[in-house]
Write a protein that binds this ligand. Structure first.
Ligand SMILES: NC(=O)c1ccc[n+]([C@@H]2O[C@H](COP(=O)([O-])OP(=O)(O)OC[C@H]3O[C@@H](n4cnc5c(N)ncnc54)[C@H](OP(=O)(O)O)[C@@H]3O)[C@@H](O)[C@H]2O)c1
Length: 254
């Protein structure tokens, strides 16, 4: 098999595939030969991302949906079933959050983050099971915040610790089907989601501050995470199961 066909003939779904880490991963999956489905809530961003993927030569489809809504997930998997019949790779990546100090945390802040990141990840994987072939690879986007403390970021961090722990348990639930489940934990990566953690006027300050904390001395690029996701998606990682793969420039390793 050539270097550029690690996912030849595979069908992959990337939730939250319209921007940032998800889009870069969809591009990398496609470059490795996969048919790629992406999702997101915003129609315009979805169309732009699908056009970008197709410009790059990908066989790509966009399906609009919110991972926190179970009806949307049913519609997404029905459409994939009709078009492709099955999935080989699931990258449950949709998610995000914002910053809020403990004393200011509201029910809406908690529900918004846990609905997308925890409930969304759980039901994305659960509802994908009927389409995932035995031997498939599932990758969950956690974060370095799963193991590190950050001021004003407790709800998001707790949600990502939950996501990381899903991998440890689901690999046991899915053992009879030989489905591997791994978590990927990016450090600060230059995406719309990272900048969007704070209001516009504070964004460059936040990005510079985060870059200064990374031992490698800069923010990560989405494509650098994508390469690691492709590794976990492909047979190159055939004996790797349940890990948390940090792609973080060393920030959570010191
Ligand atoms: N960038 C970082 O530094 C970093 C570090 C660690 C972990 N992460 C994680 O990496 C993942 C990707 O984030 P990113 O940085 O690439 O940010 P991003 O560019 O904002 O991408 C987030 C993607 O998820 C989608 N999304 C968010 N909530 C969704 C929902 N409820 N249902 C469906 N789609 C949803 C977004 O589209 P719509 O808004 O249109 O739905 C978008 O496609 C997230 O899970 C994030 O928590 C990021």
């Amino acid at each position: 098999m050539s270097n550029a066909s690690k996912l030849a003939g595979k069908v992959a779904l990337v939730t939250g595939g319209t921007t940032g880490i998800g889009l870069a991963s969809a591009q990398d999956f496609a470059a490795q030969g996969a048919v790629v489905y992406i999702t997101g809530r915003r129609q315009a961003e979805l169309e732009t991302a699908v056009a970008k993927l197709r410009e790059g030569g990908a066989t790509a489809y966009g399906i609009r949906g919110d991972v926190a809504k179970l009806d949307d997930l049913d519609r997404i998997f029905n459409e994939i079933e009709q078009r492709s019949g099955h999935l080989d790779v699931l990258f449950a990546n949709a998610g995000g959050g914002d910053m809020m100090a403990l004393q200011d945390v509201t029910e809406a802040h908690f529900d918004g983050i846990f609905d997308s990141n925890v409930k969304g990840t759980l039901f994305t994987v659960q509802k994908a099971l009927r389409l995932l072939k035995d031997g498939s690879s599932v990758i969950l986007t956690a974060s370095t915040t799963s193991v590190q403390g950050t001021e004003n970021f407790s709800v998001y961090s707790a949600s990502k610790a939950a996501v990381r722990n899903f991998a440890r348990n689901w690999l046991l639930d899915l053992k009879p089907r030989n489905i591997r489940v791994n978590a990927i934990s990016p450090g600060p990566v230059h995406t719309p989601g990272l900048a969007g953690l704070v209001p516009q006027e504070q964004q460059s300050g936040l990005l510079n501050h985060l870059a200064s904390l990374v031992p490698i001395g800069r923010l990560g690029q989405p494509s650098e995470v994508a390469k690691a996701v492709t590794f976990l998606a492909s047979d190159d990682s055939s004996f790797i199961n349940g890990i948390e793969l940090f792609v973080d420039g060393g920030i959570a390793q010191i």
